[in-house]
Design a protein around this ligand. Structure first.
Ligand SMILES: CC(C)(COP(=O)(O)OP(=O)(O)OC[C@H]1O[C@@H](n2cnc3c(N)ncnc32)[C@H](O)[C@@H]1OP(=O)(O)O)[C@@H](O)C(=O)NCCC(=O)NCCS
Length: 149
């Protein structure tokens, strides 16, 4: 798909970004005040220099995907690690090369920042996205453990 461009997210994109996050299975607002605080969280994310939010735009109009990135310092490396908390392409537009474009932009940014690696987690149930990452050269290098509090 050639008419897809990748650009940095702006404040105007926030409602659509929140919609994409819900599609990814992130918690939905339970009350009106949640919507406001989620908006503020995305706004801060866009502004902070150690984070980046990119969106994929179809035909210069419609946001069809996004990727979020964070630069993390590690204690045993003098270069940063790039962590990718979220990557999503709207279901209707999957399988058209948009996820790859987003990952390639992420790789370009990580190289610019001289990161030593890119790391992400993908839920056990996301079998298709595991294949996608492996296809793009990512290796399964660890198990992830979480404890909900
Ligand atoms: C995972 C996801 C981001 C991939 O984006 P996409 O736009 O559908 O993938 P692309 O079309 O860019 O695929 C890029 C390449 O990966 C390959 N690929 C994609 N899915 C694949 C699969 N399930 N098995 C094997 N290869 C796959 C494609 O064939 C393509 O190969 P090519 O470059 O050699 O032609 C997207 O499907 C998605 O949003 N899924 C739901 C949310 C999700 O799981 N996000 C990841 C959370 S960790």
């Amino acid at each position: 798909m050639t008419n897809v461009t990748i650009r940095e997210a702006t404040d105007k994109d926030i409602p659509i970004i929140l919609g994409l996050l819900y599609e990814l299975g992130r918690p939905k607002p339970q009350q009106d005040s949640d919507v406001d605080s989620f908006r503020k969280l995305v706004k801060t994310y866009i502004q902070e220099s150690d984070k980046k939010l990119l969106v994929a735009i179809l035909d210069d109009m419609k946001i069809v995907g996004m990727i979020s990135m964070m630069l993390l310092p590690r204690l045993n490396r003098d270069t940063l690690e790039m962590y990718v908390p979220e990557l999503i392409v709207l279901e209707k537009y999957q399988g058209k090369g948009i996820g790859k474009k987003l990952i390639n932009s992420c790789i370009t940014f990580a190289i610019e920042k001289k990161c030593h690696r890119i790391r992400l987690e993908s839920g056990n149930q996301r079998k298709e996205s595991h294949k996608f990452y492996k296809h793009l050269g990512f290796e399964q290098s660890s198990l992830s453990f979480t404890k909900n509090l």
